[in-house]
Design a protein around this ligand. Sequence first.
Ligand code: FAD
Length: 303
Amino acid sequence: MGYNCVVLVKQVPDTKRITGDVMNDDGTVKRSALPAIFNPEDLNALELALRIKDKFGGHITVITMGLPAAGAILRDALYRGADEAVLITDRRCAASDTLATSYILSCAVKKIDYDIVLCGRQAIDGDTAQVGPQLAEKLSVTQITYVEELIELDGKTITIQRNIGNGWQRVRSTLPVLLTVTGDANEPRVAAAKKMMKYKNAVTPIELEMKIKAENPKADQADIEKLVEHKSGILKQAGLLIKQWNLDDIDADLAWCGQNGSPTKVHRIQSVVLAAKESKGVAPNERAISDMVHELIQDKIIA
Ligand code: FAD
């Protein structure tokens, strides 16, 4: 018996590379100044889906909501073994908070026949870990968060080990189910050379249009549209046209999308700058490091 898995993936700025140079004066981050990467825990979610497919068969659809540039992580997912990818992109998604994001994603997931929906536990930019649980609510399916191991999948029953901080818990559920997967769950596989060769020219319609515009700077819009239509047909036949949906395609109610559907208001942003008095130098030897660890345990900062 095969399982249909839907994996939600997000393109994020590489927050490990944040320095003073990429900060705006108001404390926000200049996203364009940082490389865009595959949200790390979404790679763990994809790997879990791939392992389910390796063992039981089935189909993996990867979905992202984002700007046209997010096509890069969809190609990456195809290189690693996903069967199909979908980009949700629409100007009317702008200013969506987690509630609107999860609503839009739920409309897309409902278009697909699924047994298991997989999310990363948390995105490294927004950092809320809210989207997975909110999405489960909107799909009316059971959620199992903080997944660290798939114990068993037997017919319509799944058994999962989840991390609960200082220990673990085993949970059994019937399908369909939504899992949020932690970074400890597995080691994501790398892209397969054969799949890279197969999908290196796969594009979304919006990427195709941008490319054709760049190659034909003097062409008018009607000519561009004709070229896009012609090239899309060729790519589609070759299985290289990545699906792209807007809010109408997924029957989203606009009242729940973008700013209209986002009750979150950012009241204030505070930059946390560690001052010298909050840091402590430790000599680079085993004794000093061991004393430091001991002190941290005594102060209950680490366990
Ligand atoms: P988490 O909840 O930490 O993510 C958990 C998991 O959910 C991820 O690992 C992934 O599997 C899945 N997931 C999350 N986001 C996506 C996605 N987009 N596609 C597919 N899967 C996903 N962001 C913008 O880009 N543009 C804006 O204009 C914008 N405006 C905002 C306005 C407000 C008032 C607020 C509060 C936020 C805004 N954001 C905007 C940020 C946006 O709401 C979050 O990035 C988004 O809701 C995801 O939340 P998160 O990053 O905390 O994800």
